[in-house]
Design a binder for this molecule. Sequence first.
Ligand SMILES: [Fe+2]
Length: 188
Amino acid sequence: MSDNTLSSRLYPTRIDIPAERRVQIVGILNQTLAATLDLKTQTKQAHWNVKGTDFYQLHELFDELAGELEEFVDMVAERVTALGGYAVGTARAAAKNSILPEFPFDILDGKEYVAALADRFAPYAKHIREAIAKTDDLGDADTADLYTEISRTIDKRLWFLDAHLQAAAIKGENGTFSNKVQQPAAVR
Ligand SMILES: [Fe+2]
């Protein structure tokens, strides 16, 4: 059975949101489920393999981020089932359906790991923000609220990651402060 068919499978429920709307909302949530599972395992990958003088603080930070993503996985999957839908959340389904690129396996030090994660938290944050509007337009304020909660945390975590990189991005060539603020590559 294709993931699209699985994602549109609805069980009988007494919830008062029309079935044709729930199918669309569940489709968005299952896309989020795949991306969140993917981002969680990528963040764990960073937690295990990061090297360098900032090892310990990054190892701890990445674990905290992965823990939050694990909670979002459960929240999103259980919103799917609360809507009468079928949660598509195996590792294989996540790898196939995630909007994110695979993690780079050829990086080594802390800054490279932070940049790789920031490059993935940014499109994830965009997906979550778009889902707030989409689910609100579909008349599901509760799912929109769930997305808003995730969005607030992810924006904060993107700040934490970007903050490690911003000083280098705005310093002049001779190491002095420059007012020329640069956009990171991912959002340029
Ligand atoms: Fe650990």
